[in-house]
Design a protein around this ligand. Structure first.
Ligand code: NCD
Length: 311
């Protein structure tokens, strides 16, 4: 029997192909349990600390929904202003308190690497729910699960990433998982927002291949188009954001011209880059993608808490 050995989920580098196969299999099982109403009670008596020091809708609500649907409970803090961090308390001391109160913690924080510091302070499992422009591993896992659910497979697909490849942590994380599969990537961005070299270097030695382009029409050759928001809050020069924010707009006309019945994903929130006229096309999978976040996060909570479920 395969054993998932990780204490924390901090970074997509930590996962082997076997880890991914395991999590995908368990998520399929969890979907069945959830549908049949049998998931409630699996985490009865367990407490999740939900620590969000940066804006969130889907990640926080889906983690909290996941815990509730498993019969567990939640304690939470949202924003620095309502935590003693605003009085000068360190993240280390905050985490020492969280460890005393809860069985597992999720943390979103604007500083890259902060979830690793948080995890290092405590013996309970810690999940990175997004650390600045760094990583967002649980989003990447649910994105991977969405691609499998929508397309039936990952090997052999061509996948486009469109938008802010420089600051987009969901892109950094998903590309790192996709390197375990035989896929071809089209990295579509303006020059200023290209994927950082460190992420490109991470792909060498894996079955994945990629090409970079500025041309949005490259999505016509793709099975999946992963559209992203230009990450306004990460820019040091606001004028540059203003200049780049309207670079791409993925709309119905563009999608209907695709040769490949392209599935459209987006981690959301969307701003200018994804037109609402796509929403009623079967290709638009982004709301289903957000929904898959609940089951994937149910699996992660059970797995890190070492509470068995399914076959
Ligand atoms: C993303 C994030 O926070 O990185 N949202 C999410 O978690 N679904 C994407 C974004 O903010 O653009």
């Amino acid at each position: 029997m395969f054993e998932f050995k990780h204490k924390n989920i901090l970074d997509t580098d930590q996962f082997s192909k076997e880890d991914l196969d395991f999590l995908i299999t368990k998520t399929k099982q969890m979907e069945k349990l959830l549908e049949s109403g049998k998931s409630f009670g699996i985490l009865r008596g367990k407490l999740l600390a939900s620590l969000f020091f940066e804006a969130s809708t889907r990640t926080r609500l889906s983690f909290e929904a996941a815990m509730e649907r498993l019969g567990g409970r939640i304690i939470s803090t949202v924003g620095f202003q309502f935590s003693s961090i605003s009085k000068g308390e360190t993240l280390y001391d905050t985490m020492k308190m969280v460890e005393a109160y809860a069985d597992i913690a999720i943390i979103r924080h604007p500083v890259e690497g902060s979830s690793r510091i948080a995890a290092g302070a405590v013996s309970i499992p810690v999940i990175n729910a997004g650390d600045g422009a760094g990583q967002h591993p649980t989003q990447a896992l649910l994105d991977l699960y969405t691609i499998i659910s929508e397309k039936g497979t990952i090997d052999g697909l061509s996948i486009a990433f469109i938008g802010d490849l420089k600051y987009g942590r969901t892109i950094h994380s998903l590309i790192n998982l996709l390197r375990h599969y035989k896929v071809h990537l089209y990295l579509i961005s303006p020059d200023e927002l290209k994927l950082p070299d460190s992420y490109k270097k991470n792909l060498s030695g894996f079955p994945i291949s990629f090409e970079e382009t500025k041309d949005i029409k490259a999505i016509w050759d793709c099975d999946v188009a992963y559209v992203t928001r230009i990450q306004e809050e990460r820019f040091t020069d606001h004028m540059e954001y203003e200049r780049l924010k309207e670079t791409y707009k993925v709309n119905k006309e563009l999608i209907l011209a695709s040769k490949k019945n392209t599935t459209v994903l987006h981690p959301l929130p969307r701003v200018n880059e994804l037109s609402t006229d796509i929403d009623d096309l079967p290709n638009a999978a982004y709301f289903r993608q957000a929904k898959y976040g609940v089951v994937m996060r149910m699996v992660l909570l059970c797995t890190l808490l070492k509470v068995p479920f399914g076959d």
